[in-house]
Write a protein that binds this ligand. Structure first.
Ligand SMILES: O=P(O)(O)OC[C@H]1O[C@H](OP(=O)(O)OP(=O)(O)O)[C@H](O)[C@@H]1O
Ligand SMILES: Nc1ncnc2[nH]cnc12
Length: 170
């Protein structure tokens, strides 16, 4: 099952020098999308995951079906100004640019077992921000799950205390 066949690599998007890993070519293939979610979910079945936390926007597309398959809840981490109730906010760096993310303050009950799911690990800024917010709310991060890992950006280097799973490495 080489899912790389289903990922389109687009040169110089969104800016010169970036080789963008486009997952829409995987998502539109129902069978392969299903197989990818199964593969991401398998190691965590029966592990007592209570919540999947996924960052906007591609983290919703991968995180929500993983949560469904694990019979866990889904908690969105969103770009600023999108969540309606009281939020925690965290600033972070991207492979390209800077951004900040928010989570609802009441999204996690302290002690809940949390899997963080996103489509892609690049520099790790997004997942580090997400971890910081989950832990600030008392969640216990049991794993970090990605469809794609850009190994050349060494996002793992700052995540040594966490159990990381990625399906595809570039
Ligand atoms: O490891 P990092 O360097 O933080 O990069 C990875 C993040 O970048 C992309 O999201 P993006 O912010 O482009 O938003 P999108 O999902 O809304 O397209 C991707 O979906 C990850 O969330
Ligand atoms: N190279 C890349 N391709 C797709 N999404 C990304 N997010 C950060 N870097 C990316």
């Amino acid at each position: 099952m080489d899912f790389k066949e289903n990922i389109r690599v687009v040169a110089d998007f969104p800016e010169a020098g970036i080789r963008f890993k486009d997952i829409t070519t995987l998502l539109k293939d129902g069978k392969r999308f299903h197989q990818a979610i199964d593969a991401l979910t398998k190691p965590f079945k029966g592990q007592g995951i209570e919540l999947v936390v996924g960052p906007e926007a591609r983290g919703f597309v991968i995180g929500a079906p993983v949560a469904y398959a694990l019979e866990a809840g889904f908690v969105p981490v969103r770009k600023p100004g999108k969540l309606p109730a009281e939020t925690l906010k965290h600033e972070y760096n991207l492979e390209y640019g800077k951004d900040s993310l928010e989570i609802h303050k009441d999204a996690i009950i302290p002690g809940q077992s949390v899997l963080i799911v996103d489509d892609l690990l690049a520099t790790g800024g997004t997942v580090q921000a997400t971890i910081a917010m989950v832990e600030a709310l008392g969640g216990v991060v049991v794993g970090l799950v990605f469809l794609i890992e850009l190994s050349y950006l060494e996002g793992r280097k700052n995540l040594t205390n966490y159990n990381i799973m990625s399906l595809l490495k570039y």
